[in-house]
Design a binder for this molecule. Structure first.
Ligand code: GDD
Ligand code: MN
Length: 408
């Protein structure tokens, strides 16, 4: 029976039943009647020798007006590895992929566009990477062997600016991928088992890397092809969805506990900062200039904060990196970031006291609060960055490697 019943409820992938299926590849479709037969034929020709009777192609169709699901169902008679999910009360590419993964039996799950714009041959190189230990193997247009074909300047600019925006909001996610917009990748199922996914729009890959437990990422270059039949469903609404997705993912993946530790350390630094500011600048003590006192008080707080963040907040990131030169490098990075923060806080303090007549201590507290967010985010990315070593990246998608003919 090719037609699957549609999963309902939360978008969570559970551990599958033991199965001989190793790879489950999702083909999301909306009005792809002219492409669906061709993509199934080409993918079958590529995967049959590599994974004989050990892969499945799951077509997830959102009740296309051109009845793509009906053609796919008919093809299942000729291609037994084809299964079809016709969704009638949900719409959207990213959720279509997840619903397909909920029906998947493979230990490796993946997705490829059904319109042949992703060269199906890239699957052998991606499978090869999964066989060699990657948790995630991504088809990328932005590594050697990659390209976007003859996209116009507008599409290129939109795609790149979307990527830049994502890097600002979710650097720890998009920073791990050269092509976070890719819709062609393979993933170890265990990396997202029992994780509640909640994507918006098109970009399923950032959802997987943002919410999953993805260690080693490997990238394979491919050239995004011209669409032969049908048309792209990309619209402005998808860009709005993308921004909503980035913000939602940022909120959901904020390292809250770690931020609370960082803030606690920062709070202890406030006492050091305030104490020094009083000792240096108060008329009843040394009565030094406000800015000089603030800079020295800030540096005193930085020393205090570095020590506690290194031994407590970011202790996991420090493992194996405890030599003095490594500590000094972290301190200089931390000092640079927080030193900039002190200058920023001094400017904020002066603006609030000089232009708004605020009490200097309340103004100082406000300045410290704003700068704490800046310090946490930048230090997590730079001073205490944890980066799993990426597997060597690109080979051209069409390059045959001996392993790719082997089953996993
Ligand atoms: N089920 C379902 N529901 N499938 C959809 C939907 C939907 O709402 N919208 C699009 N698709 C299917 C299309 O039928 C096609 O197979 C694939 O998803 C890609 O859709 P396109 O509309 O052709 O997207 P594109 O060519 O502009 O490609 C861009 O988005 C893709 C998906 O993320 C590029 O960024 C690609 O790299 C990317 O793979
Ligand atoms: Mn397309």
């Amino acid at each position: 029976m090719a037609l699957l019943s549609c999963p309902q409820g939360p978008l969570t992938i559970t551990r599958g039943e033991p199965s001989s299926i190793q790879l489950s590849l999702i083909l999301p479709t909306y009005n792809e009647r002219k492409n669906i037969k061709r993509i199934i034929e080409v993918l079958s020709g590529i995967l049959d020798p590599v994974l004989p009777n050990a892969y499945e192609l799951i077509v997830v169709d959102d009740d296309s007006p051109d009845r793509t699901w009906e053609i796919a169902e008919a093809l299942a008679a000729e291609f037994p590895q084809v299964r079809v999910l016709r969704r009638q009360n949900e719409r959207g590419l990213a959720t279509a992929v997840i619903r397909g993964w909920q029906c998947a039996r493979g230990t490796v799950i993946g997705v490829i566009d059904a319109d042949l714009q992703h060269p199906p041959e890239v699957m052998t190189a991606l499978w090869d990477r999964m066989c060699n230990g990657a948790d995630l193997a991504v088809g990328s247009r932005h590594v050697d062997g990659g390209g976007v074909g003859d996209w116009g300047i507008v599409r290129r600019t939109l795609s790149r600016s979307a990527q830049m925006l994502g890097l600002m909001i979710l650097p720890d996610v998009l920073g791990r991928l050269s092509d976070p917009m890719s819709g062609c990748f393979l993933l170890r199922r265990s990396a997202i088992e029992n994780r509640k996914l909640n994507p918006h729009g098109y970009k399923i890959l950032i959802e997987v890397v943002g919410r999953g437990q993805v260690g080693r990422i490997s990238e394979v270059g491919y050239v995004f092809r011209e669409r032969a039949e049908g048309e792209s469903k990309v619209s402005w609404r998808l860009y709005v969805d993308y921004i909503r997705h980035l913000i939602g993912l940022r909120a959901a993946t904020l390292p809250t506990a770690q931020f609370m530790q960082f803030a606690t350390v920062g709070f202890s630094g406030v006492f050091v900062d305030m104490g020094l500011l009083y000792l240096l600048s108060d008329p009843s003590t040394l009565a030094w200039g406000l800015t000089t006192s603030k800079l020295l008080a800030g540096e005193g707080a930085i020393l205090n904060n570095f020590y506690w963040n290194d031994v407590w907040t970011f202790r996991h990131a420090v493992q194996g990196r405890t030599s003095w030169p490594q500590k000094l490098k972290r301190f200089l990075t931390f000092n640079g970031i927080c030193g900039t923060g002190v200058l920023f806080a001094a400017a904020l303090l002066n603006i609030q006291v000089t232009y708004f007549g605020m009490n200097r201590y309340i103004a100082n507290a406000v300045a410290i609060g704003i700068v704490t967010l800046w310090n946490f985010w930048l230090n997590k990315q730079l001073a205490w960055a944890i980066r799993p070593a990426p597997v060597s990246s690109s080979i051209s998608a069409l390059e045959e490697s001996p392993e790719s003919r082997k089953a996993a």
